[in-house]
Design a protein around this ligand. Structure first.
Ligand code: NAP
Ligand code: G4F
Length: 329
């Protein structure tokens, strides 16, 4: 394939998972930098373009699915990307326990399909793989960095470990520019509704507007290192601008319990979370990741990456978005 920038064309990026939380922020980020953005869109009876509604005129959509090899080859042929960002995944941990084979097909084998398509069609391109702190799982050392051992605790985590090593292996075996970003939890008003931050933010707003009186959660003691998705997509891009491909942890370095999340979220409307939060074992997982806290020293030193949005600002933004969507009281 010819170099798409040789004739002075705009840089081209292919983003899988463009309809998801991270895809929407990354598309904004790349468009602001003058990229021509191609988004892989899988067939659906009703396409989920809500998060990128404001961008649809500026994105080129190419049909494709991580479950289908030939569609990925075609997507790369059509988009002729300098950079490929693989954000597509079955990303919800509880669903991975219910659908482990589907999760593995998309998150693990799907990544090999994409790597092979890239090797065949665009070996000179650079690729970002969306790896995750869920790979650390049952952690024995804290904070976790690029050298920390993996011990995944869900079919989701297992699938992502496979994809991580496939990304490293294609780099080492075939000399491809492939990077794995090991990102800790990151949230935003565009977060899927089933994830705990969004579930809590939405409930706070509904309780404040008198539509609900309580929210039912699972493990309140689990600890997560929560950042903002807008900060984290900057890091994805920065990895692909380096001279050499490598793997990087992206995290804030602070950890909070789910109970602390509730305290901050209900605090946004002047309420005591203990008056509104119930627990139900139905929301517990067959195996839990109890503690995650990242050490992003390498990203800070090599990429110059720092998070800019605090946990309190993040939660406030999420609660405010739900309050605004519900309208004035
Ligand atoms: P998300 O909101 O759940 O988005 C997932 C995206 O993947 C959607 O665009 C979805 O398309 C697409 N997708 C699912 N199955 C597909 C398939 N078979 N073929 C093509 N596309 C498919 O996830 P996110 O929070 O943006 O996360 C982005 C990536 O980062 C994921 O790989 C996730 O596992 C990883 N990650 C996320 C976090 C986090 O805290 N957010 C942390 C670490 C890693 P539809 O709209 O059609 O469903
Ligand atoms: O918000 P969560 O569902 O996110 P989780 O499982 O940490 O996974 C997210 O972050 C990963 C990065 O580490 C990504 F790779 C992954 O794709 C996803 O974006 O749950 C966070 C914690 C868990 O310990 C869970 O047990 O919150 C606890 N929790 C307590 N009650 C709950 C609930 N989680 C959910 N979703 N719903 C509850 O009612």
């Amino acid at each position: 394939m010819s170099d798409p920038t040789a004739s002075g064309e705009r840089r081209r990026a292919l983003v899988t998972g463009i309809t998801g939380q991270d895809g929407s922020y990354l598309a904004e980020f790349l468009l602001e930098r003058g990229y021509e953005v191609y988004g892989l869109l899988r067939r659906s009876s009703s396409p989920s373009l809500d998060r990128i509604e404001h961008l649809v005129e500026r994105i080129h959509f190419v049909g494709g699915d991580l479950l289908d090899q030939s569609s990925l080859v075609r997507a790369i042929q059509e988009s002729r990307p300098c950079e490929i960002y693989n954000l597509a995944a079955q990303s919800f941990v509880p669903t991975s326990f219910a659908e482990p084979v589907h999760t593995a097909e998309v998150n693990a084998v799907g990544v090999v399909r994409l790597l092979e398509a890239m090797r065949q069609v665009a070996p000179e391109a650079r690729m970002y793989q969306a790896s995750t702190s869920e790979m650390f799982g049952k952690v024995r050392t804290s904070p976790q960095n690029e050298k920390t051992a993996f011990h995944p605790r869900s079919p989701y985590g297992v699938s992502k470990v496979y994809a991580h090593w496939a990304t490293v292996n294609h780099r080492e075996a075939f000399d491809l520019f492939t990077c794995s970003g090991i990102l800790f939890n990151h949230e935003s008003p565009r977060r899927g509704e089933e994830f705990v931050t969004q579930k809590v933010a939405r409930s706070v707003a509904r309780i404040e507007r008198g539509l609900d009186s309580e929210v039912t959660l699972g493990n309140l003691d689990a600890r997560r290192d929560w950042g903002h998705a807008a900060d984290y997509v900057r890091a994805m891009w920065a990895m692909l601008q380096e001279d050499e491909p490598d793997d990087f942890v992206i995290a804030t370095g602070t950890t909070r319990t789910v109970a602390e999340l509730c305290e901050v979220a209900f605090g946004c409307v002047g309420r005591d979370w203990r008056d509104h939060v119930r627990t139900d074992p139905a929301f517990l997982r067959p195996a839990e990741v109890e503690l995650l806290v990242g050490d992003a020293t390498k990203s800070r030193e090599v990429l110059g990456w720092e998070p800019e949005i605090s946990f309190e600002e993040l939660v406030e933004e999420m609660v405010a978005a739900h309050l605004a969507a519900l309208g004035e009281a």
